[in-house]
Design a protein around this ligand. Structure first.
Ligand code: HEM
Length: 496
């Protein structure tokens, strides 16, 4: 057989396989939303989605309307594009489930046995009950301790900056927020040098975090270089034998430890893996969110001045000194009343949040939506909301690509009224998810970020030193707050 024959045969086989794939691909049934299969077998629209999810979804919306099903890497995902319809998803928990999806993703990524499939009666409920320690009085205690730990870090590591000190902004935010959050939640080993030990954990966390999106996409950990070893080392940090003597452990983590102790079937490694998962949840999004908040403020001097003024005014009016050696204390109410700082945070969350809200369809059912619409949906498909589309909708947010520090302020108070087609939106800002999957750490997260910015601006003059614009890294799209696509030089100096 000549070369041309072989080539011809290969081409014919490939075409036959492709034709088979086309024939075997899914067809839309009556009553179902428009179906977009894509032309690439097995991947469907996965490459376009990975490249730019918002662009793909907006193009499909123009062609197919506010609800359509897209084939993405073996999954059929029905997107709900109209924010006025979002509550139909959160209300339909009878048919749309989240727990099993989250359990399978988290157990695979963080290496603990499935909470729902294993023999751990009541564990899922107990884990969720534990989130009460992120509310009310325990939340106040967490925020207070976070402030103490942040000031300890600022005082011991940065109080010598009488002249300009140059650094990288993401690295700075990551190092301070990781350390302060870690100590606040887990306490510290009294026999070790606090800065170094936690610095080493942070380094490993950063490496693991870089692989997180691949693990979440179900890529086997064995294909991800050193990730498996690093994950094990991070899990080992939390082994009961290693953390038994730690001091200053939060109520929340004490309660989690006691809860896991009640499950004899959980091995020490499994308990440690659960702690590691919570540790990732507590910093994985807060660190990039803090970076974006600071980055946007520094890029907009007029916004920075407004927020700095608000903070200085609060400190003056409560008779508190600012700068190294001082001990700033703020109540929940005082933090809550910083409307410009909160608006600045919300605005940077709006611009950097990329989380997708996913639900799995438990059985075939007729999905009834607001306004008498209904569609048939199939068991095991996904229903998804992609909030970045809402966050960048010019009808909801005028000039959405522009950073406006006061976007969430109205007449000196928090603004919560945003409209679509003249109707008030229940969901207008969704960095923390929605309904049953809403982040239980959101109040603590906002407090942590506020405290960080308060101290940063109370201690230092801060400036960005490079002209370049930082964009959102594509890898994390769909999974929380996007990481920046590069770091940027900044400088800081103690304020006079
Ligand atoms: C800016 C910071 C944060 C953002 C944007 C964020 C966002 C989210 C989102 C979107 C989810 C839902 C995930 C999904 O739908 O698949 C989630 C879940 C979760 N978050 Fe956060 N989060 C932040 C900070 C925190 C903090 C500080 C903590 C704890 C101290 C925390 C603890 C958790 C936990 C435990 C879950 C899983 C809840 C469950 O079991 O269902 N998060 N977060």
């Amino acid at each position: 057989m000549g070369l041309l024959d072989i080539l011809g045969l290969t081409l014919a086989t490939a075409l036959a396989l492709y034709a088979l794939c086309l024939l075997g691909r899914r067809r839309r049934r009556p009553g179902e939303p428009p179906l977009i299969n894509g032309w690439i077998p097995f991947l469907g629209k996965a490459l376009d989605f990975r490249e730019d999810p918002s662009k793909l979804l907006l193009t499909l919306q123009q062609k197919y309307g506010d609800m359509f099903t897209v084939h993405i890497a073996g999954r059929y995902i029905t997107f709900i594009m109209d924010p006025l319809l979002y509550s139909s998803v959160t209300k339909n928990s009878k048919y749309l489930e989240f727990q099993e999806f989250a359990d399978s993703l988290a157990s695979r990524t963080f290496d603990y046995p499935s909470v729902l499939k294993g023999d751990f009666p009541g564990l899922n409920e107990n884990v969720h009950r534990n989130y009460q320690f992120l509310l009310g009085k325990p939340l106040d205690a967490l925020s207070d301790n976070m402030m103490t730990n942040l000031q300890w870090i600022f005082n011991t590591q940065f109080s010598q900056a009488t002249d300009w000190k140059v650094g990288k902004l993401y690295k700075f935010c990551c190092s301070v927020m990781f350390k302060a959050s870690f100590i606040t939640l887990y306490g510290r080993d009294p026999s070790a040098d606090g800065h170094n030990v936690i610095g080493a954990i942070e380094e490993k966390f950063t490496k693991f975090d870089a692989s997180f999106s691949y693990l979440a996409a179900n890529i086997p950990i064995e294909l991800l270089g050193a990730t498996k070893r690093i994950r094990k080392e991070l899990i080992d940090v939390f082994l009961p034998t290693n953390t038994a003597n730690w001091l200053g452990v939060s109520e929340l983590i004490e309660d989690r430890k006691e809860m896991f102790e009640r499950y004899e079937v959980l091995r020490d490694y499994d308990k440690a893996a659960h702690h590691f998962a919570f540790m990732w949840a507590s910093v994985g999004n807060t660190i990039p969110a803090t970076f974006w908040a600071v980055y946007y403020l520094l890029r907009h001097p007029e916004a920075l001045a407004v927020v700095r003024d608000e903070i200085d005014h609060l400190l003056q009016s409560t008779g508190q000194e600012r700068g190294p050696g001082c001990n700033i204390r703020l109540t929940r109410e005082q933090l809550d009343n910083l409307v410009y700082l909160e608006s600045a945070l919300n605005e940077s969350l709006r611009m950097s949040s990329a989380s997708m809200n996913i639900r799995i369809i438990k059985e075939d059912f007729i999905f009834k939506l607001e306004g008498n619409q209904e569609v048939s949906l199939r068991k095991e498909d996904w229903v998804a909301i992609y909030p970045p589309i809402l966050h960048m909708d010019p009808e909801v947010y005028e000039d959405p690509k522009k950073y406006r520090v006061d976007r969430y302020v109205e007449n000196g108070k928090k603004k919560t009224t945003f409209y679509k087609r003249g109707k008030k939106l229940k969901y207008f800002l969704m960095p923390f998810g929605s309904g049953t999957s809403k982040c239980p750490g959101r109040f603590f997260a906002v407090n942590e970020m506020k405290l960080f910015i308060i101290l940063l601006l109370a201690y230092f003059d801060v400036e960005i030193m490079e002209e370049k614009q930082i964009g959102l890294e594509k890898n994390r799209m769909g999974l929380g707050i996007a990481l920046p696509d590069s770091d940027i030089c900044f400088r800081h100096k103690l304020r006079p």
